[in-house]
Design a protein around this ligand. Structure first.
Ligand code: ATR
Length: 273
């Protein structure tokens, strides 16, 4: 039996076992995907266990993505750029690290808002925390010509822009009104939508009518930002698709079958939110 895992702390809330379990069943694979709570500070011991060969690989979530990056034997170039890994593949006792969050972000938009990147023009990214990094790298890879990082603390946006290769411009949130009119995409990478909260004073009506608005939060599925955008007729993409799509490359690497992100799977996960 092929085994894979997700480690994090806490880990009970993770939907990854449900996603991978659904795919294992669908493809009748003799495999198992389990959630393992690994406390902060216990990652080294888990890595030693990994090298013994019990697992084909697994996922890494909060708070271990950056520390695990340092413990990998080798890393995918995109994971190197992002500075974090969320997917591990074991071969001959060696640990290879990948970051599939950027693929998850792109896969979600490609599937949910076809044509979203036709112009490869300007994007506005809200927030400058760890979650922003994979998204910024993804937008740069897709060829967006200008990517504005807007953050409450402008210094953090500037440090982030300097740390990544791409056409990034760091701003404070007050720059939004001057930028919105030429943005093809607005991405919220902060968690404020989880707290039924929104960016005050962010007038979505200033965006072009065909702009796409997306949020990485999926609890709730429709964040206040997405609700506001939908109410004025903008295209919206929720964050659940990013979670589903980031799981695809890992499943394929461990179990040998490329799974699909179907509406069925989406509804299965939504039923647990
Ligand atoms: P993560 O690594 O998960 O992205 P983080 O590093 O704590 O989390 O980043 C959170 C982001 O959300 C930051 O960009 C933060 O802005 P600051 O850099 O100014 O702290 C942003 N953020 C959090 N709460 C916010 C709020 N109420 N209003 C505006 N921005 C907020």
């Amino acid at each position: 039996m092929i085994k894979a895992f997700v480690i994090g702390f806490p880990i009970n809330h993770s939907r990854s076992p449900l996603i991978h379990g659904t795919w294992l069943e669908r493809h009748a694979i003799d495999g198992r995907y389990e959630a393992i709570a690994v406390e902060p500070g216990a990652l080294g011991a888990f890595v030693a266990r990994l090298r013994e060969g019990e697992f084909a690989g697994g996922n890494v979530t909060i708070p271990h993505k950056e520390e695990m990056f340092a413990l990998c034997d080798s890393r995918d170039p995109l994971a190197e750029t992002i500075g974090a890994v969320n997917t591990l593949v074991l071969r001959d006792g060696r640990i290879h690290g990948f970051n599939t969050d950027y693929l998850g972000f792109l896969g979600n938009l490609d599937q949910s808002a076809p044509g979203w990147d036709d112009a490869r023009g300007e994007a506005i990214v809200l927030g400058a925390g760890g979650a922003a990094r994979a998204i910024l790298v993804a937008l740069a890879e897709r060829g967006f010509s200008r990517i504005h990082i807007l953050n409450r603390t402008r210094d953090k946006a500037e440090a982030l822009a300097r740390s990544l290769p791409g056409p990034f411009l760091a701003r404070g949130l007050d720059a939004y009104p001057g930028l919105a009119g030429s943005a093809d995409l607005l991405v919220n990478t902060t968690a404020i939508g989880m707290h039924a909260s929104r960016f005050e004073g962010l007038d979505l009506g200033l965006l072009p009518k065909d702009a796409v608005v997306t949020d990485i939060v999926y609890t709730p599925l429709e964040t206040p930002l997405l609700a506001d955008a939908r109410a004025i007729g903008l295209r919206t993409v929720d964050g659940l698709g990013m979670l589903l799509h980031q799981a695809v490359p890992g499943f394929e690497a461990w179990f040998g079958v490329r799974p699909e992100v179907t509406e069925d799977l989406r509804q299965t996960v939504i039923a647990t939110l």
